[in-house]
Design a protein around this ligand. Structure first.
Ligand code: COA
Length: 260
């Protein structure tokens, strides 16, 4: 299925979503936010989909931010609504019960970095440029950037990126813990697909339990977080996949997980 703002493709349990406004460096206007929201809702509900890869079209950008032209004329109330529209969509990604990998193929700035940070894993091309440049527009991040960057890499780096607005290299983003991995640009797609294939073969309910442990348990205090993990761990004993995984280990064969 293809629509003009978002290209969608599914193969071998991997759904690839590509933001498709390359002439605007894939800037996120309201229609693109809505297309992403609908696409992630569909991916969540589609049993064929085990993993999602999110990327940007064209050779230059993952996403170069929220659409500045569209934002410029917003009133305060519209600005808040625009922020909530993006925030809700990104929270949907973060809480998706399946792993989402951001394939960062170029500029990931402002809303682009916020979008990448709402994904569970980030693989960046070594040529990528990453930052929160809103300060240069007299703005601050509006799609969760101040909160997710803080949780990913702490106060010092968050304040450095958001107060200066200066983008960092992929190498520096790796040092700061913003991205999981960097790879040569020419190998980005192959490496991302390799990781996606690995996750597509993993036990879906265990993946989901793990995502919940980090997204929900990780926001609690340690006692509640540990309790939450114990409850999720216990739940795994109700799954066929747990019998399959442990049985396959003992029988020295490869497991075949079904998501049951
Ligand atoms: N919103 C709207 N349009 C954007 C955009 C954004 N966030 N980022 C890029 N574009 C548009 C440009 O206006 C330009 O459109 P045009 O050809 O109609 O003039 C097109 O995308 C190409 O961008 P351009 O600036 O010419 O490319 P560049 O290679 O010279 O510079 C960037 C690339 C990323 C450094 C520069 O585009 C930029 O600074 N973008 C804004 C980043 C930002 O502030 N993001 C946070 C927004 S809250």
């Amino acid at each position: 299925m293809t629509d003009s703002l978002l290209l969608t493709e599914t193969a071998d349990g991997i759904r690839t979503l590509q933001v498709n406004r390359p002439d605007k460096l894939n800037a996120l206007n309201a229609a693109t936010l809505d297309a992403l929201d609908a696409a992630f809702a569909a991916a969540a509900g589609d049993p064929e989909v085990r993993v999602v890869i999110l990327t940007g079209a064209g050779p230059k950008a993952f996403v170069a931010g929220a659409d500045i032209a569209e934002m410029r004329t917003l009133t305060p109330v519209q600005g808040r609504d625009f922020s909530l529209r993006g925030t809700r969509m990104m929270r949907r990604i973060e809480r998706l019960p399946k792993p989402v990998i951001a394939m960062v193929n170029g500029f990931a700035l402002g809303g682009g970095l916020e979008l990448a940070m709402s994904c569970h894993l980030r693989i960046a091309a070594d040529t990528a440029k990453i930052g929160q440049p809103e300060i240069n527009l007299g703005l601050i991040p509006g799609f969760g950037g101040s909160q997710r960057l803080l949780r990913l890499c702490g106060r010092a780096a968050t304040l450095e990126l958001c107060l200066t607005g200066a983008p960092v290299t992929a190498e520096r983003a790796l040092q700061l813990g913003i991205v999981n991995r960097i790879v040569p640009a020419a190998e980005l797609e192959a490496e991302t697909r390799k990781l996606a294939a690995q996750l597509a073969g993993a036990a879906p309910l265990a993946l989901r339990g793990m995502l919940d442990c980090v997204s929900i348990g990780g926001e609690c205090g340690i006692e509640e977080g540990l309790e939450y993990e114990a409850a999720q761990f216990g739940l795994m004993f109700a799954t066929e996949d747990m019998r399959e995984g442990t049985g396959a280990f003992l029988e020295k064969r490869k497991p075949a997980f079904t998501g049951k």
